[in-house]
Design a protein. Structure first.
Length: 115
């Protein structure tokens, strides 16, 4: 079982990034997926979630319509498109695949928003 995040990096305020979460080793299409983030000294917080079929999504208030979560079950991948990035978005971003009592985490990808 593996979840691998990618797409993080350094971006200027107002810029965009698209994070990817690639899954392997389990039936990805059965699982809901969430993106979390954790800034230094802060607790990990939920950013966005998408249902197993992709028909249902939820977002944290802090994203304010700037983020979009999507998935491609044929590619076993979930995406997080992040626009209008702010310094407060700086954090390590993690994806989590979950269903019932099962949950798998990726290792995270760093996003730094700075001029």
């Amino acid at each position: 079982v593996q979840l691998v995040e990618s797409g993080g990096g350094l971006v200027q305020p107002g810029g965009s990034l698209r994070l990817s979460c690639a899954a392997s080793g389990f039936t990805f299409s059965w699982y809901d997926v969430s993106w979390y983030r954790q800034a230094p000294g802060k607790e990990r917080e939920l950013v966005a979630s998408i249902s197993s079929t992709g028909r249902s999504t939820n977002y944290a208030d802090s994203t304010n319509g700037r983020f979009n979560i999507s998935r491609d079950n044929a590619k076993n991948t979930v995406y997080l498109q992040m626009n209008s990035l702010k310094p407060d978005d700086t954090a390590a971003y993690y994806c989590k695949a979950h269903q019932g009592s099962f949950a798998y985490w990726g290792q995270g990808t760093q996003v730094t928003v700075s001029s």
